[in-house]
Design a protein around this ligand. Structure first.
Ligand code: ADP
Ligand code: ADP
Length: 233
């Protein structure tokens, strides 16, 4: 079965129907791009998958098991990693601390690893992913926006996320930095994650996407796989 399945999911805020009848499959080792104008329901969809919001209609399954996350923490411990555009990392905290943030307690690492060892793991993992940061004690605020997104992606891969949700990871970036982040999206895909790439940028979606979903006024207006988008003549 698909890694993550949404079956006719709906969500209302009082009498505002933000999502309606959303059916969507996210497959392992694929990039699912979600596009849509402001107000289309993208944040609400992310919120449901990441455990921030409950859904009011339909069903969701992770690994073939029904799921309904009570909180972002529960979603995270079930393997859902969410990288928000501006909150990917804690700005004033060091690179290595950010790398372990939220995972050290769950995995009991704080008790079993000393700081030197944690820094070495962070360094090795980032280098393996192609990021070289000479001083891991630097606050992440001193890194570029693209580097921050990449560190957040590397962290999700390292700690065994199954699904990673990227909320407009290239929106604030220039061409070069966007390219770096898009390559990271492919690394997450190649590591076998199901990647959900939320973007306003159709070019970015087309560069990395296997599967494309367009939301319009809370509903799925288009759901197509890459091959289906090839121009027919
Ligand atoms: P997007 O992320 O695509 O901009 P949202 O999921 O934020 O879309 O919003 C979808 C719809 O739900 C919009 O009409 C929005 O105004 C409404 N909405 C979102 N959050 C709330 C909320 N907390 N309370 C009421 N309405 C909301
Ligand atoms: P974005 O387009 O970046 O998703 P939005 O402006 O749609 O941002 O929403 C930002 C936040 O405000 C979200 O958490 C959303 O749930 C909330 N929100 C959006 N519309 C409303 C609304 N009509 N009433 C209350 N909260 C809302």
């Amino acid at each position: 079965p698909p890694l993550l399945q949404l079956d006719n999911v709906g969500k209302s805020y009082g009498n505002v129907h933000a999502l309606r009848g959303v059916t969507l499959n996210v497959r392992q080792g694929e990039v699912t791009c979600v596009l849509g104008d402001n107000g289309a329901g993208k944040s609400t969809l992310i919120g449901i998958i990441s455990g921030l919001h409950d859904y009011t209609e339909g069903a969701m399954q992770l690994d073939g098991q029904p799921c309904r996350f009570a909180s972002p923490r529960v979603a995270q411990s079930s393997g859902i990693a969410t990288v928000y555009q501006n909150l990917a990392l804690v700005p004033l905290m060091s690179v290595w601390r950010n790398f372990f943030l939220g995972n050290e307690i769950r995995k009991g690492l704080l008790r079993t690893l000393d700081i030197k060892r944690m820094k070495r793991i962070c360094d090795e993992e980032l280098r393996r992913m192609g990021i070289v940061i000479p001083d891991l004690d630097r606050p992440v605020a001193s890194l570029s926006g693209g580097q921050r997104q990449c560190i957040a992606i590397a962290r999700a891969i390292h700690f065994g996320a199954k699904v990673i949700i990227l909320d407009e990871p290239t929106a604030a970036l220039g061409v070069k930095q966007s390219g770096v982040v898009l390559r990271y999206i492919l690394r997450a895909r190649d590591a076998g994650l199901g990647v959900i790439f939320i973007t306003h940028n159709p070019q970015h979606a087309y560069l990395v996407g296997d599967h494309f979903v367009i939301l319009k006024l809370g509903q799925v207006a288009l759901d197509a796989r890459r091959a289906e988008l090839t121009l027919a003549r």
